[in-house]
Design a protein around this ligand. Sequence first.
Ligand SMILES: [Cu+2]
Length: 160
Amino acid sequence: MKQIYSISLFVIIGLSMTLLAFAFTQKAEAQSMMGMCSMMNKTPKDVTIRTASPQLVKAGQEATITLLIKDKTTNKPLLDAQVQVMIERGPSMSTMDMMGSMILAQEIGSGKYQVKFMPDKEGIYTIHTHVIPDGKSMMSMMNNHMDVGIIAKQSGKIFK
Ligand SMILES: [Cu+2]
């Protein structure tokens, strides 16, 4: 019984943090992200998320990252979803230094969603990705989260 209570409390805290992310400041967003990542570091429930563009990008140049989202049950591309991302400098949850706030990835069709960002220096970046399937509540993003790692290198060093 006590265990059930603490689990519910944990979930409630997580949900409130998500709401904060939308309602308040970037700092709240970062905190919310921290809550979500620690809780949600498991495979997405309703969807599959994978990258459809190189995860190696050039530092100092705008990078375009394409994410392919599919319905986990049908394995069909997921259309009309809301894909919210937040980009962290460094490996997931290592710095919590977010590059701006939560942004909506642009849907380009066939289950693909694009995010553009500027990796201004060499290193690892984490795209915290959250999917809200069409018709589902905002809270479904809690169950459909994945961290996508991106490596930025100085041009000329490893790229053709
Ligand atoms: Cu994350």
